[in-house]
Ligand binder design. Structure first.
Ligand code: HSE
Length: 437
């Protein structure tokens, strides 16, 4: 199978992540795309960094224009950022008939109308999943998954730097300036954090979502933008006392008056799921008339999370060449002849943690019997709770939380516990998942 050749412009954080993930998951990505996707040339101003990142396994150049002019390159991935040179490169790649994948929200928010028109005229794709909310597939959700809906509004935490700062201000009661310094020290905030803290980065992303949600041209110049640099820690405290959290939201909404598009600090009820999105995480809440509210959550930045979105776009573009035109996205995501016959494992081979509740007589030795059975079955206890019996009550509830164990062992342990004279009725078993990482 002839590989699809990718010209990578910029091998910094996201470019490096793209190289790593493409290399690591090469086999599965090929099975999904229908053809191998290979980075055939990398352009970067820092050739030494490019050499270290790629191990010298690919052609390197410091002339990005030579890549967009290279006839052997099928797709250009633009990860340079900014909107001067990047704009020239993207337009030239399109003029040369190449598809483009970009993570550049500033470029698209400012010049997207021109770029998409050029791509349309030339019959090429400009894919930009990585430009909004990093690894969260929000563009795909809006453009494809929610396509039946009349979308009414979108509200998103779409800048991790500011969400980290707001979380720290609330948790530690610190002032904005102090947290910003700490965020810079930890690498969460850039040395020049203006675009993040003043809401410009969030506005780029909100503008792109607004266009997709409502079928309107990109109108960044109409976006109202307020950042968090003037936010007082006292307001975060008062909001909290009233049952609210303050988040920097990118909001776009249909109204009778037209489409709203704005970025500003916003009080939201503390009980809302999105109010509990903390640290550098991103989340986007979309309300569609058919589906109601849907929430998309994940990492909005970083090397591999953003690479995840870049590579999804690369696969989409590659499928233009490989898929049945009526079924560009294979029904089961993988190409039909690439499905493996790997079996779903039986339930008793599953490993998870458990909540077990049993009704036991309140007498010496009962707990010892239970813990012995669990120990014999190699089940480790995480926590244990015994409710104090009511006056005159002979039985009580015992709740055991276990560490991760094998379901088959837990089935045996439950059967043995239920067979004890001191245990009444059935053991209640609820499985537990940490859902971490
Ligand atoms: N600087 C952005 C953020 C990530 O803090 O979320 C890239 O868009």
């Amino acid at each position: 199978m002839k590989p699809i050749n990718v010209g990578l412009l910029g091998i910094g954080t996201v470019g490096g992540g793209t190289w790593t993930v493409l290399t690591r998951n090469q086999e599965e990505i090929t099975r999904r795309a229908g053809r191998p996707i290979q980075i055939s040339v990398v352009a970067d101003r820092n050739l030494e960094r490019a050499r270290q990142m790629t191990g010298g396994a690919v052609k390197l150049t410091d002339d990005a224009f030579s890549v967009v002019d290279d006839p052997s390159v099928d797709i250009v991935v633009e990860l340079i950022g900014g909107y001067t040179v990047a704009k020239d490169l993207v337009l030239r790649a399109i003029a040369n008939g190449k598809h483009v994948v970009t993570a550049n929200k500033a470029l698209l928010a400012n010049h997207g109308n021109e770029i998409f028109a050029a791509a349309q005229a030339k019959g090429v794709m400009v894919a930009f999943e990585a430009a909004v909310a990093g690894g969260i597939p929000i563009i795909k959700a809006l453009r494809e998954g929610l396509t039946a809906n009349r979308i009414q509004w979108i509200a998103g935490i779409i800048n991790g730097t500011t969400n980290f700062i707001l979380s720290e201000m609330r948790d530690k009661g610190l002032a904005f300036a102090d947290v910003l310094k700490e965020a810079q020290r930890l690498g969460y905030a850039e040395a020049d954090p203006t675009f993040d803290i003043e809401g410009v980065d969030a506005a780029h992303k909100a503008t792109l979502m607004s266009a997709i949600a409502f079928g309107i041209p990109i109108q960044f110049d109409r976006c109202h933008i307020e950042g968090i640099s003037k936010l007082d820690a006292a307001d975060i405290r008062y909001a909290e006392q009233l049952g609210y959290r303050i988040k920097l939201l990118g909001i776009t909404k249909r109204s009778e008056r037209g489409v709203e598009l704005r970025v500003h600090p916003t009080l939201i009820p503390a009980k809302r799921l999105i109010a509990n999105v903390e640290g550098a995480m991103n989340a986007v809440l979309v309300w569609g008339d058919a589906v109601g509210a849907t929430l998309y959550y994940g990492k909005g930045a970083g090397d591999e999370p953003t690479a995840s979105a870049v590579i999804a776009d690369l696969v989409d573009v590659t499928r233009l060449h490989t898929a049945d035109p009526n079924h560009r996205v294979p029904h089961l995501a993988f190409q039909p002849d690439q499905l493996t016959d790997e079996q779903v494992i039986p339930m008793d081979a599953v490993r998870t943690a458990y909540y077990l509740r049993l009704r036991a007589q309140d007498k010496p030795g009962v707990l010892a019997d239970i813990t012995r059975i669990l120990a014999d079955m190699n089940i480790s206890i995480d926590a244990l709770l015994q409710r104090e019996p009511e006056e005159g009550e002979e039985q009580t509830d015992i709740v055991v939380l276990t560490h991760v164990a094998l379901e088959r062992d837990v089935n045996t342990a439950i059967a043995r516990i239920e067979a004890l004279d001191s245990i009444a009725g059935k053991v209640t078993r609820i499985r537990m998942e940490e859902l971490k990482g």
